[in-house]
Design a protein around this ligand. Sequence first.
Ligand code: SF4
Length: 377
Amino acid sequence: MLKLHSRCNLLCTYCYVYNAADDSWRDRPSRIPDNVLKRSAQRIAEHVAAHGLRRIRVELHGGEPLLGGAETALRQIAEVHAAVRAVSGTLCEVQANVQTNGTLLTEPMVRRLASSGIRVGVSLDGGRAEHNKRRVDHAGRPSWGAVTRGLAVLAEHPEVYAGILCTIDLDLDPEDVYDSLMEFRPAALDLLLPHANWASPPPGKGPSTAGSAPYGEWLARAFDRWFDDGRYRTRIRLFTEIIGLLLGLPSGAEAVGLSPIVAVLVDTDGSIEQVDSLKTAYQRAPSTGMTVFRHSFDDVLEHPGIVARQLGTGALADECLSCPVLQVCGGGHYAHRYLKGSGFRNRSVYCADLEVLIRHVARRIEPVLGLGSLLPD
Ligand code: SF4
């Protein structure tokens, strides 16, 4: 993940970059400088060459990565293509995505991104104005009007439309959120648990209600709507990951499963960081102390925070090790395990929710696939 801008034109009320424990964004360049852009591309190419990679994914993030237009994204990806071609010819495929709030998308911009093979993902909380009340600009004005204009442009360019990323809001009806988002015909949909942990619990779920599972129940209803819906073939990553894990496949996402973390982030000052979701834990939690100017991505594999995320069950709490849904849940998202004083060796703050959802998915797919019980009691 490469951060192109460390600022955003929106200030969503739940944003974990600007409203969480870590405010290190204040000290970083607002836009990625040329030397970081070029050095990041060289480090990517170095990693491709060292490991003989045949495919890599570059995610362009922010802040808002399209602040000021598409130019920075286009230049960054051109640099990555050139650097990777220099070390591996045409052997390594570079997949590029930009994750945007959608408010700045225009027809010429989308055409330019398309011509460079950059796909576009949009962040939304639902497919209606009333779902997106928390997605506001710095003056508190709604962003929905601008986003719908951007989505209308994307709808004309399905070749670049990567999908929608939606953070769950318990106040919204899951069926309505699903139905409204499907009206935008995304190829893929990510339903994300709000980033939270035992020190900063999620909305609607304090420490005294840790055993309740409002997010699991919300997701189970969304799952039923999706599973019973024959109209679309949209992939909902959390659900397809859980189905795959129930059937014994490895996970490809951070939210569930025991696969090692495969993502690293370069910030606008060249710092190599762990993923942004750790910002909800404490000041500079994602920091590795490394930078693209002095360290390779292999160096980052030695960092204790990254090592812990390569250990599988070795990094999990005792409750997880004796949990009947461990092989599917994997302890949940690493960032959701943090507890002040004991670090990350805890079950997820969404533990009860994850078990409810996983058991629900298992119950729904068992009869369809003609299988017996996929989980122990
Ligand atoms: S459901 Fe809870 S105890 Fe079980 S693996 Fe997940 S976080 Fe750990």
